[in-house]
Design a protein around this ligand. Structure first.
Ligand SMILES: C[S@@+](CC[C@H](N)C(=O)[O-])C[C@H]1O[C@@H](n2cnc3c(N)ncnc32)[C@H](O)[C@@H]1O
Length: 259
């Protein structure tokens, strides 16, 4: 991500501001980014991954979701894409107040995008009882894994328990048979099927990107797509050029072998 170079003229000389005060620099960065995001260049939606973008478009066409939920808004680049592609309400949650402020500002004239400030798990718990949020046909995009916090397993467990006929896309996920896709690790934990476990996945079925990593663009982060049994016939999903399925037994075996 490009970093702002601000210089100050004072008795300490014209030194980059970030050397003077890290927290002051971060505050100014947030404000400038909110007011003039173009100074930083566009932050790419879905990691700049063209295949992932195409996968998302296909999922929207196939599922025809009633709403999109995103965990981890950051500056709202992907939320903007979700709205453009689906033309459905987008609910996105961001725990960092500075990022949430920027995203709220970005969408201040777009009521279809709701930016919630707080933890993704708490947001999901609220939404499952909210009148304004659908109990089925939601397309979830889980991307709130950053630094030491790892809410993913709880997010997935909440969704698979509470939402029927829905689909979950998980970013930064280990693709078992394609090591060219990057994925997140947190100490000895990694974002993988093994980490999620059968209990969190519940009745949802797991699909994988069909595109080999070497043909993907952008940051080439891996993903997995979890699909509720009633969301859309599996045969339709398998027919999509972007998705493929591995039998669950093979998934578990491959994972156990550390592949
Ligand atoms: C990789 S960035 C998200 C990028 C964004 N989805 C996009 O594609 O433009 C991850 C974001 O998740 C946020 N985050 C981390 N833990 C969170 C949590 N428990 N609840 C909500 N947001 C969280 C971080 O502050 C960070 O902004």
């Amino acid at each position: 991500m490009p970093c702002m170079q601000v210089t100050v003229g004072c008795d300490i000389g014209r030194r980059p501001l970030e050397r003077v005060s890290g927290s002051l620099q971060r505050s100014i960065t947030r404000i400038v980014r909110a007011v003039k995001p173009c100074l930083y260049g566009p932050y790419p939606h879905l990691n700049g991954q063209r295949f992932r973008q195409s996968l998302f478009r296909s999922l929207v066409r196939t599922i025809d979701p009633e709403a999109i939920f995103e965990s981890g808004t950051f500056y709202g680049a992907s939320a903007q894409f979700f709205l453009n592609v689906s033309e459905q309400p987008v609910c996105t949650v961001e725990k960092n107040r500075g990022f949430a402020y920027c995203a709220k500002r970005r969408f201040r004239k777009i009521p279809e995008v709701r930016v919630l400030v707080g933890d993704s798990r708490a947001a999901l718990k609220k939404l499952r009882n909210a009148d304004h949020f659908p109990p089925s046909y939601v397309l979830f995009y889980l991307d709130a894994h950053w630094k030491e916090d790892l809410p993913l397993r709880e997010e997935v467990a909440l969704i698979t328990k509470e939402w029927t006929d829905s689909v979950i896309v998980i970013d930064d996920f280990k693709v078992l048979d394609d090591s060219g896709y990057a994925f997140d690790t947190y100490g000895d934990r990694e974002l993988s099927i093994e980490y999620l476990g059968d209990e969190a996945i519940g009745p949802y079925e797991v699909f994988w990107p069909r595109c080999p990593s070497r043909e993907e663009a952008g940051a080439r982060r891996g993903c997995a797509v979890l699909v509720a049994p009633g969301a859309v016939p599996a045969v339709e999903l398998e027919g999509l050029p972007e998705l493929r399925r591995l039998p669950r037994s093979r998934t578990a075996a491959t994972s156990a072998l550390g592949l």
